[in-house]
Design a protein around this ligand. Structure first.
Ligand SMILES: C[S@@+](CC[C@H](N)C(=O)[O-])C[C@H]1O[C@@H](n2cnc3c(N)ncnc32)[C@H](O)[C@@H]1O
Length: 233
């Protein structure tokens, strides 16, 4: 069987996999992650799902091409709906906007099941995803950052692993944006992420000020973000 080589973003998500656990990959598109997890013997079986016909057809073709049709089901569905019968324990929701990921997670009872771990990778609005998770009783158990050097665009991807506890956790604004575990760990990728987040806020501040409006909150948050990273150096 031909081996699948994951890019750094998907490899970082796969590194949260728990060996031997069945999985669901929601919004699978090419089914690269499911083929990798089963092909490498990390997971025994799983389900690859997608809401759209094109991606799920692509996934089916790739799964059967890899000879893994017996071990990876391919299902066309919205979010986690109907995936209970596959009893996934590691649930991946990768490569979508943070708000969409939270909509998918919050709409599902499966996401709250004991033993289920969510592994999420928001392309945008990571803070909104963290806000939903922490206010909704999910505990963020770990995080990591990835950069795709091949693209050379300096973009930093966030990967967030969470489990439902029912306990609401208090997070500050900077933690929502950068991630509590990421801040504790520090490093160059965190610094790049912080620089980018601060620059977005400062651009917004300049826009407000040029319209004679107050930008004190934006400037303060940008400064807090940079300070949180500086303390780690
Ligand atoms: C940009 S692709 C990401 C593919 C892959 N997960 C990755 O990270 O490389 C997003 C995929 O999510 C699917 N999608 C969007 N909304 C969805 C939903 N509500 N439920 C399931 N899949 C969804 C899209 O059809 C698309 O194939």
């Amino acid at each position: 069987m031909k081996k699948i080589q994951l890019d750094s973003r998907l490899a970082a998500a796969a590194s949260f996999a728990r060996r031997g656990k069945a999985f669901a990959d929601v919004g699978t598109d090419h089914a690269s992650l499911p083929i990798y997890l089963v092909g490498e013997g990390i997971a025994p079986r799983g389900v690859a799902s997608d809401i759209n016909e094109g991606p799920i057809t692509r996934a089916r073709i790739n799964i059967s091409g890899a000879g893994l049709g017996e071990k990876i089901a391919a299902v066309r569905t919205d979010g986690l709906s109907g995936l209970e019968e596959y009893a996934p324990e590691d649930v991946y929701v990768l490569g979508m906007g943070g708000e969409l990921i939270w909509r998918i997670v919050s709409a599902s009872e499966l996401a709250k099941r004991e033993g289920v771990r969510l592994i999420m990778q928001p392309m945008t609005r990571a803070a909104e995803l963290r806000r939903g998770l922490t206010e909704g009783g999910f505990s963020i158990i770990d995080e990591s950052l990835a950069e795709d050097e091949r693209l050379g665009d300096g973009r930093i991807y966030q990967i967030i692993a969470a489990e439902y506890t029912g306990v609401r956790e208090e997070y500050g604004e900077v933690e929502l944006i950068l991630g509590r575990h990421n801040i504790a760990r520090g490093g160059e990728k965190l610094k790049k992420l912080a620089d980018f987040a601060a620059e977005v806020l400062l651009t917004r501040a300049r826009g407000l000020e040029s319209a004679s409006r107050d930008a004190t909150p934006e400037r303060k948050l940008a400064a807090d973000i940079l300070a949180a990273v500086k303390e780690k150096k």
